[in-house]
Design a protein around this ligand. Structure first.
Ligand code: COA
Length: 386
């Protein structure tokens, strides 16, 4: 009999600062209900000067290494759309900072908010061939839009690390998947820009179209009927989007899906904001931490990355998953973030944007975690663990 393969452990991290969307609304003269109800968002995580996708990735993955060690990790996939270098994988910094074995392959994957799902599927296939090996998948992103744009309130930042292994303690991946790709300019970030360009309304419609097409492919390939799926995590660029997706899936399948099947998945993203490729996996972490009745249940996962690639797949939750989740520490981490007001948030944004590779700079560690970006020397990014 083939061994089950899937998520053996999962841990999350976010930034040291947080901005309340009510404050952004007040500063912009917008009704705060637009963000709280219209977008389903309350806060956004804001990176400090010494935080980036590498430090967030390390903070998430260090929890997994602390629990399982690194001896069996032969591959690290770093999924991001806010990479720090056009050539070197951010995962190589992470590999050193975490002390992963030298005999390990490391690569970065990009396709907007989707790439962590590609990494997860590739990892499962690798473990299927060599079940004694483990693959570390890390999704890490910082969402940046232009100040004053409609998308600004959906920004956020965070990382999710996933250990993929045989006989997983948290959830096994099922084989049937549905995929869909369509070349569409709904959201993108040219090489010369720090902030994304987005046609927000087009992105909502491309997301919903991608979901129904991925669902149809999933069913055509032998995926189970929607009535056999017990919970859903839909990609959450803002949490209201998951409600739209759930309604659309209901209309598309003709089955009245209970709105509470997505309720547990929104708690973290409401407070973190969009973490792009990590967002779907924050939704999964939230569901696992807030629902005690998941053992043996099937979770439908919808992954969307603008541009666009969509995938629908399923997980079945392992018995005893509750003993492996980290809800208390994640809630503690969210509560410990230091509040910033809109002027301070804008100053942090400006300071981050001023860091250039052609100027040596030294940055003092100030965030509460162990991993820090400490500046640029001879064009190369420098990190420390303390
Ligand atoms: N109280 C309650 N709800 C309110 C409100 C108020 N005072 N004012 C507005 N709303 C609701 C609107 O009715 C709308 O809800 P609906 O989508 O259910 O119709 C929602 O808030 C958003 O308002 P809208 O005017 O459409 O927002 P916007 O033009 O400011 O832009 C996005 C919204 C999502 C397009 C924008 O945030 C964006 O571009 N985000 C980035 C791209 C993205 O995340 N895409 C998702 C797919 S990947």
């Amino acid at each position: 009999m083939t061994r089950p393969i899937g998520i053996h452990d999962l841990a999350v991290a976010t930034t040291g600062y947080v901005l309340a969307l009510d404050d952004i609304a007040a500063a912009a003269g917008v009704d705060p209900a637009k963000y709280r109800i219209g977008l389903g968002q309350e806060q956004m995580s804001v990176p400090g000067p010494d935080e980036d996708i590498v430090t967030l990735a390390c903070a998430a993955a260090a929890q997994i290494i602390g629990r399982h060690g690194a001896d069996r990790i032969r591959t690290l996939f770093l999924a991001t759309e806010s990479g720090v270098d056009q050539s070197k994988s951010a995962g190589v910094f992470v590999h050193r900072l975490l002390g992963l074995p030298d005999a390990c392959r490391v690569v970065e994957l990009k396709q907007a908010c989707y790439s962590a799902t590609a990494a997860l599927q590739a990892a499962a296939d690798m473990v299927a061939r060599r079940p004694d090996e483990q693959v570390l998948v890390i999704a890490s992103d910082i969402a940046r839009y232009d100040i004053g744009s409609p998308a600004e309130a959906t920004q956020g930042a965070g990382a999710v690390a996933i250990l993929v292994a045989a006989d997983p303690s948290i959830a096994r991946l099922e084989d049937r998947v549905g995929v869909f790709t369509s070349d569409v300019d709904d959201f993108w970030r040219p090489n010369d820009r720090l902030t994304a360009l987005v046609d927000g309304k087009a992105s909502v419609s491309a997301y919903l179209d991608g979901m129904t097409r991925a669902w149809d492919d999933y069913r055509a390939r032998g995926g189970v009927p929607v009535t056999q799926i017990d919970r859903f995590c839909h990609h959450q660029p803002f949490t209201k989007m998951a409600e739209k997706a759930h309604r659309r899936l209901s209309e598309h399948t003709g089955v009245a899906l209970d709105p509470t099947l997505i309720t547990g998945s929104a708690a973290y993203n409401r407070r973190i904001g969009n973490s792009y490729t990590a967002s779907l996996y924050f939704a999964l972490a939230s569901l696992l931490d807030h629902d005690d009745e998941l053992a043996g249940r099937r979770i439908g996962m919808f992954s969307y990355g603008s541009g666009s690639v969509s995938e629908f797949f399923t997980l079945v939750v392992s018995d005893g998953y509750r003993a492996r989740t980290r809800g208390e520490s994640t809630r503690g981490m969210l509560a410990a973030r230091r509040p910033v007001d809109p002027p301070r948030y804008r100053a942090l944004r400006a300071a981050g944007a001023s860091v250039r590779s052609d100027l040596d700079v030294s940055i003092a560690p100030e965030s509460p975690g162990s991993f820090h970006f400490i500046g640029i020397t001879a064009g190369a990014r420098q990190y420390t663990r303390r």
